[in-house]
Structure formats: structure tokens, C-alpha cells
Ligand binder design. Sequence first.
Ligand SMILES: Nc1ncnc2c1ncn2[C@@H]1O[C@H](COP(=O)(O)OP(=O)(O)OP(=O)(O)O)[C@@H](O)[C@H]1O
Ligand SMILES: [Mg+2]
Length: 265
Amino acid sequence: MPLSCSQLSVFYGRRKALDGFRLSMKTGEIRALIGPNGSGKSTALQALAGLIVPSEGQVAIEEVLIASMSRRAIAKKLAFLPQQPSAPDEMTIAQLVRQGRFAHVGLFSRYDRRDEEAIDWALESTGLSSLADRILRELSGGERQRAWISAALAQEAGILLLDEPTSFLDIGYQVEVLDLVHSLSRERGVTIIMAIHDINQAIAVSDRISLLEKGELRFDGEPRALAESGLIERTFRVKGRFVQVSPDAPPHFDVELTRLSQPEA
Ligand SMILES: Nc1ncnc2c1ncn2[C@@H]1O[C@H](COP(=O)(O)OP(=O)(O)OP(=O)(O)O)[C@@H](O)[C@H]1O
Ligand SMILES: [Mg+2]
């Protein structure tokens, strides 16, 4: 499902957190949204999800402006995993994931077989089938993160917005989530944009990368072009270099663990 936006700007009070953000995604594309802390990644995702009304610009799903769509109509097409989602502590994983499916079920109607299958698939894909009856309060950070990913999957939306889906996860589950992202895109044609801090994971998994700095889009293109641009070192103020491990492997950023200078306030 195509997702696009033009000239999106968002203010918090008088401060501009996003300045003229542009995006054009094709069906099944995976895009990583990278940038320093506070550069506007979450703001951009929330605006794309229709949760923040931009002061300028429009978001379109399949070329229909989301400003003209109901929340429920948006939820059928787009699932959003926030950076810090919240739910009642006493809720179980199964309840959270069922709630994720809500957009498909009428207010007074029952979950049908399709819904149950989607819920089971979402739990299984995140390795949570055997934990389904555990309550959220008693989960580890990583288990809770996977529960939220599962709830987003149960929506079976054509567009998935993920805000740091691998935070809190151990390296094994990080790779599993990235594999899942890859297969959702390639096998189901899901369009996926995710904020992510690991540059190498971003480069390995995505078709295109958007780089934000102080609310401005600094780069929009293929991972290899980003590696060649020198923008990673400049934007994050680190020393490092891209190495080519093997001819077909994606370029790998090798960071030197010394700070060049402190970022400006
Ligand atoms: N609700 C809010 N009210 C006021 N300012 C906000 C709000 N949310 C974010 N900001 C500010 O807007 C800027 C962009 O924040 P945003 O959360 O989009 O950054 P980010 O790139 O997602 O950062 P991180 O990597 O830390 O998650 C920051 O300066 C932040 O302090
Ligand atoms: Mg964020």
C-alpha cells in the first residue's frame, strides 16, 4: 500500500520539531528512519499515523488524504507501534493483541474465524503463543515490546509504522524482528517504515533510508548512497568508516569509540 507525505511540518508550541518532511513509499517498501535523539523521528511517525495534525503538509495512503479519513478507516490500513506505548498493567498479552484487531471488528459484532487466525498468527510470529495469558505488568521489557509488536501485526494493516521496534530486545530477538519485517514486506507486500538507531541494521534491512537532523530531512535514498555520503559521521558526530565485509554484503559502519565533540545544545 503506497504511503506518501509532502512538506510536513509540526510545531510543539513555537518550536518546530519537523520541517518540510517528504516521503514517497511504494507498496512493500522497507524504510528506515534514522537520526540523532530529538531529530523528529517519532514526530514524523506520529504525523504519518494521523496522531499529530501537521501545521503544513498532507499525508496520503493510496493517494487518499488521511485528513479526510476516519480513525477506524486509517486503522484498517495503517498500524502504528509507538515508542512508549501504554496499556492497563493488568491486561494480558492476548487481550492486548485482540485489541489490536479491533479496527476489523464492528463495535457490537464478534471476532470471527479470520480475526482469530490473525490473532494467533500475530502471537506466533512474535514468539508469544505460550505467554498469551501473562499480564503485561509481569513481563520483561523485551516480552512487553514483542507484545506490542504482536498487537500491531494483528491489525494486518498494509502499512506498518514502527518506532524503535528493536529497543529492549536482546540481539536474538532484534534479528528475529528484522527478519519478520523483511518477510512481511517480501511475502505480504506490507509497506514498513521504522525509526531505528542501529545504522547497520537500518542499512541491512531497508530499501531506502531517510535521515533526519534537527527536524530536517538530510538524506532520502538507498543505503549504499548513504554509506558513501559521509553523512553518518557528520550527523552523529562520530568517527568511523564503512567497510565492505564481502562483495554482496551491505556496507557496515565501523564506529570508533571516541567522541569528536559534544553535540550542540
Ligand atoms: N509532546 C511534545 N511536546 C513538546 N516537545 C516535544 C514533544 N514531543 C517531542 N518534542 C520535542 O520535539 C523534538 C523531536 O522529538 P522526537 O520525539 O520526534 O525525536 P526523536 O527523533 O524521535 O528522538 P529519539 O531518538 O530520542 O526518540 C525534540 O526536541 C523533543 O524534545
Ligand atoms: Mg523517538
